[in-house]
Design a protein around this ligand. Structure first.
Ligand code: IPE
Ligand code: IPE
Ligand code: MG
Length: 231
């Protein structure tokens, strides 16, 4: 079993278009798939799930689409807060939330507070305004600051020094990265952490993705031989 699965939740817009619906309807359907897959991972006892919800590049989309995604996030977070303690799911966020609405930041503070109060069975990381390059730049700045303050020597900077400044600090790297929707690219997702991840690409659009598809991918993953550069 993988310890950490990461998913690029892609294909919402095309799913809606195929049905003659607005793209927003695809995002709403995608949020339901997320819920189902998070519960499925918990039942399978996969300790970490990371999902890509909104990238640093997604701000390029039309304003109406961005605001409808933000509205769905607010709605989802509000519901998640009520359910997370009951379901023993710990929610974390990767990304710069400072440009998000006050409402989302408040809900974020609330999830952080609540998840400290119980032992969770699974940690779900939601990547919001997340970009792999942005994350590495931030870590580089923090290392530079540590050097300026005399806490670190530039020629001593090691992987651990970068890792401790990543959003994912303390979490094992993803073993399996899944991208639905038929696109064969990583779109700035977990660039550092996925150095040795196994990738799986499927044509299924995210709103159509389900537990059976997830199980098929897990089976395939179990046949892969991971060598990490060895023999
Ligand atoms: C993923 O679905 C959701 C976000 C990026 C917010 P898309 O909206 O990218 O759907 P497609 O790729 O256009 O079908
Ligand atoms: C990646 O999907 C980001 C998320 C799923 C949040 P995109 O739809 O933004 O990626 P590209 O533009 O097809 O590479
Ligand atoms: Mg897309």
């Amino acid at each position: 079993m993988p310890c950490h699965v990461a998913i690029i939740m892609d294909g919402n817009g095309r799913w809606a278009k195929k049905r003659g619906l607005p793209r927003t309807a695809g995002h709403a359907a995608g949020a339901e798939t997320f819920r189902a897959i998070a519960t499925h991972c918990k039942n399978l006892r996969i300790p970490y799930l990371t999902v890509y919800a909104f990238s640093t590049e997604n701000w390029k989309r039309p304003e109406e689409e961005v605001s409808s995604i933000m509205f769905l996030l607010e709605k989802y977070l509000l519901e998640a807060i009520e359910e997370m303690a009951k379901d023993k799911i710990k929610l974390c966020f990767f990304g710069d939330l400072s440009p998000m609405s006050g409402k989302i930041r408040k809900l974020y503070d609330e999830t952080q507070r609540i998840s400290k109060e119980y032992d969770s069975e699974i940690q779900v990381n939601i990547c919001l305004n997340y970009g792999g390059r942005d994350e590495i730049i931030r870590a580089a700045r923090s290392c530079a600051m540590d050097c300026m303050l005399g806490r670190l020597e530039p020629d001593q900077i090691a992987e651990q020094d970068i890792e401790k400044h990543l959003y994912s600090t303390g979490i094992p790297d993803p073993d399996l990265v899944i991208r639905p929707s038929g696109e064969i690219r990583i779109s700035n997702f977990l660039l550092w952490q996925s150095a040795y991840a196994e990738y799986y690409f499927t044509d299924v659009l995210w709103p159509d993705f389900n537990e059976a598809e997830f199980d098929r991918i897990l089976k395939e993953y179990q046949t892969r031989e991971r060598r990490y550069g060895g023999v």
